[in-house]
Design a protein. Structure first.
Length: 137
């Protein structure tokens, strides 16, 4: 079954959602360059200072306990494919990754305990800094 290009409201039985999701993941391509970009974004979550990310009042070299997990990177690529599909494309772009980076990655970051209480004020500028520092293909 081909990936549906459009779906009318209430046309799809809930039992079919997993099949549709799998078809989207198989049907929307991610180039090698895009996968490398996703990998660099992922690596930057663990070591933002190594990528030149600076936050005005924080030492980004001491900020992270751990970056996003490999599963987080997988979810980033999955979400980018869905974004591309929703835009009517069978290929994902850097803009698709960027559009979903915050919502798929921010909650997966592990800050050093001293910074965890400041997560609401730190996460968004950190994500923006990563997106601004890692070159897109």
């Amino acid at each position: 079954m081909a990936v549906p290009q459009t779906l009318a409201g209430a046309l799809l039985a809930h039992r079919d959602l997993n099949d549709i999701a799998a078809q989207i993941q198989r049907g929307v391509q991610t180039s090698e360059a895009l996968q490398k970009y996703a990998l660099e974004l992922w690596r930057a979550t663990a070591a933002p200072a190594d990528y030149g990310v600076r936050l005005s009042d924080l030492d980004t070299a001491q900020l992270m306990l751990a970056g996003a997990s490999p599963r987080g990177m997988s979810m980033l690529l999955r979400a980018a494919r869905v974004t591309a599909w929703l835009e009517g494309r069978d290929y994902a772009t850097p803009e698709d990754l960027q559009a979903v980076f915050d919502v798929t990655i921010a909650h997966r970051l592990c800050f050093q305990p001293v910074y965890e209480m400041r997560r609401p004020e730190i996460a968004a500028p950190l994500i923006a800094g990563i997106l601004g520092s890692v070159a897109a293909p």
